[in-house]
Design a protein around this ligand. Structure first.
Ligand SMILES: Nc1ncnc2c1ncn2[C@@H]1O[C@H](COP(=O)(O)OP(=O)(O)O)[C@@H](O)[C@H]1O
Ligand SMILES: [Mg+2]
Length: 260
């Protein structure tokens, strides 16, 4: 087996309790390079908990996550040192937050938000950093003449596109996204989804995207995991799950009987 045949990430029996309350339980799956996995389910089903565990922002109550590092060695994320985790977050991973204010540095210019990530992976040449930042603003449809403007002066859609540029500029191997389009107007959402879809396929990114919106899952993902009350109740290829759901609960989700 070549390394690329091995999963990039493997979650095994991942479980999180918040005191007596269940966050998620017994979540097991593999994610391969270049694969987009959507985690869907109604509010409170454990989607964000799962994503925070995978990104090592939360410690699990039980279970493990294997991650194939750049040197080809698979490590359990929960045994990494704090420095190793921070290194992964800076270099190998991106995390696109629902609220761009949580994923951007609001007191830093647009160009600074993108350039900072480049500097974190070792870029030092100011002119090159600025050129790359400017190029990425263009790629996310922000006029590069806004490079010195603060994100405060941007619309919600622009901020979200800036957050995407900040996360993708370093060519991460894995990107976590938590409801990246749900805070935006419907018309803005459609364009942003198109943009995300183009960049993900162009860069061959592995993505784990959490969404309550099945249209988002349909457009972006290869595979879907349906969560309910903290557990995975159905999983499969996106078209299969959405066109021919096996579980009664998924059928309800698909027929949008359930409120998000
Ligand atoms: N910090 C927390 N403390 C206590 N309970 C939490 C916390 N975060 C989430 N929960 C609970 O865990 C469950 C799953 O929540 P969450 O992962 O946020 O779901 P989703 O993202 O699907 O809406 C819910 O019952 C929620 O109330
Ligand atoms: Mg959530």
């Amino acid at each position: 087996m070549t390394p690329a045949d091995l999963p990039l990430l493997s979650a095994r029996a991942l479980t999180k309790h918040y005191g007596p309350r269940l966050g998620c339980a017994d979540v097991t799956f593999d994610l391969y390079e270049g694969e987009v996995l959507a985690v869907v389910g109604e509010s409170g089903s454990g989607k964000s908990t799962l994503l925070s565990l995978l990104a090592t922002e939360l410690d699990p109550t039980a279970g493990s996550v294997g991650y194939r590092m750049r040197d080809g060695v698979t490590r359990n994320l929960f045994t990494l040192s704090e420095a190793e985790r921070r290194f992964l977050l800076r270099t190998d991973w991106g995390f696109v937050r629902q609220d761009a204010r949580d994923g951007l540095r609001m007191g830093v210019s647009a160009g600074g938000n993108v350039g900072e990530r480049l500097m974190a992976v070792g870029a030092r040449h100011y002119g090159k950093i600025r050129d790359t930042a400017s190029d990425w603003l263009g790629r996310v449809e922000i006029d590069p003449s806004r490079i010195d403007d603060m994100p405060k002066s941007f619309s919600g859609g622009m901020r979200q596109r800036l957050q995407i540029a900040r996360n993708l500029v370093t060519h991460p191997r894995l990107v976590f996204m938590d409801e990246p389009t749900s805070g935006l107007d419907v018309s803005v959402q459609a364009r942003l989804l198109d943009l995300i879809r183009g960049l993900v396929s162009e860069l061959g990114l592995a993505v784990i995207i959490v969404t309550h919106d099945l249209a988002v899952a349909r457009l972006l993902s290869h595979r879907i995991m349906v969560m309910r009350q903290g557990r995975v109740i159905e999983t499969g290829l996106t078209d299969q799950v959405l066109d021919d759901p096996r579980e009664a609960y998924t059928q309800l989700l698909v027929s949008s009987v359930l409120a998000a």
